[in-house]
Design a protein around this ligand. Sequence first.
Ligand code: SAM
Length: 236
Amino acid sequence: PPVYVQRYVAVQNVLSSERYSGKIRKVVDFGCAELAFSVYLKNTPGIQEILHVDIDKEILNTYKHRVEPLHADFLHTRSIPLTIRLYEGSVTHADRKLENCDAVICIELIEHLYPDTLMDFPYNVFGYIKPRVVVVTTPNADFNVLFDNFSGFRHPDHKFEWSREQFRDWAENIVARYPNYEVTIQGIGDGPAGTEHCGSCSQMAVFHRREEINQEWILGSEGLFKEVACYEYPFQ
Ligand code: SAM
């Protein structure tokens, strides 16, 4: 399968792994763009609430039909409720709607953030939201030498692309600041035989919260996120 599919499957595998299976009730997908990951989230056992958040309201309005309940959802109803909410908002917004999120997903988002936004990211995700698990994927710059005639970045909106070492440094710095978390990193999308030294096309960090909960709760704000759509799925 293409790398973007391998990426979605890798993230879904984390959520349905033995450690988290059935424990992820509410999830936020930051930088959700065309809402392509929604179908994977919908099919994650135990999921009851999905927040898709993007700073670009237009993209949410263009693709919102993708997360509407289908005829099949009325014929074969779910056994537990599911609500899908779309918000115009930023990954740095400490909105109260994020309370009790069990998982934060950021697929190919961080490389689109300016340095000041990237600096605020850990504070919101690990300081305010504090979910059980955080999954972050980003391109692996070490792999770029394998592309023909490559220069610059893979996409004109990328603010940076990190080598495996840079990504690991960023992730380890976060767990040093937020010791309630530990991190594992893996590659996604292998290159052809003989290119193993470049790593994989994409890289994924999974931050696991240790069971002890940090007692210092930060109070979120009301109304930072603007609702674009909300869909309730039928259930019996
Ligand atoms: N996650 C998507 C997927 O799985 O298909 C792909 C992400 S796309 C490459 C990057 C998205 O991040 C864009 O839709 C952009 O509008 C969004 N974005 C940029 N800055 C953001 C921010 N501060 N907060 C939330 N989303 C942001």
